[in-house]
Design a protein around this ligand. Structure first.
Ligand SMILES: C[S@@+](CC[C@H](N)C(=O)[O-])C[C@H]1O[C@@H](n2cnc3c(N)ncnc32)[C@H](O)[C@@H]1O
Length: 157
């Protein structure tokens, strides 16, 4: 199984870029991982929220491959503890043959087409984070999950 994180828009803040890179590098010791960045869409000012979500939705669909198992990161999704999330990743490693694709929405969330395409929704908190910040939080949680599965002393209950 390979894990992909599909995100919209380049991370422009240097402090996020550095921290994301750090956890990406750590993660790669445990599991094949890639972060796929969809470029920001242009002329958003002339679009309604709905039009922007649809446009982003079209770009997300273009990045998906046959056999992908799609999970949306969404504050209204299912919540886990870190240990629970490590168990979730382990189970998926037995059932997902190709890519386990986590998707982060744009500033207004996801288009209906993307909700329909996804198999699950996962929440990292009931609070809403920026679409930039949630990347780092997710990658750190994924790294934490891998250390839990490998009995390494990073996570403490
Ligand atoms: C600024 S939020 C969009 C919020 C928007 N109100 C919505 O309905 O989704 C941008 C993206 O960050 C992700 N996100 C933000 N907070 C999250 C959380 N607590 N759990 C999981 N994903 C979250 C989601 O993918 C969301 O689409």
């Amino acid at each position: 199984m390979k894990i992909s994180l599909l995100v919209i828009g380049k991370t422009d803040a240097g402090y996020f870029v550095e921290a994301i890179k750090e956890y990406e590098n750590r993660l790669k010791h445990y599991i094949p991982f890639e972060m796929q960045v969809i470029p920001d869409i242009k002329n958003v000012r002339s679009m309604s929220e709905e039009q922007q979500k649809e446009k982003e939705g079209d770009l997300i669909l273009k990045c998906l491959q046959p056999g992908d198992y799609i999970v949306l990161l969404d504050e209204r999704g299912k919540e886990f503890s870190s240990v629970g999330f490590s168990g979730y990743i382990e189970k998926k490693s037995h059932t997902v043959n190709k890519r386990l694709v986590f998707v982060i929405g744009g500033p207004y969330g996801f288009a209906q087409t993307i909700y329909e395409k996804a198999s699950e929704r996962i929440s990292l908190s009931r609070m809403t984070f920026s679409h930039q910040m949630i990347r780092l939080i997710f990658i750190e949680q994924l790294y934490r999950a891998m250390t839990i599965l490998n009995n390494e002393p990073y996570h403490h209950e």
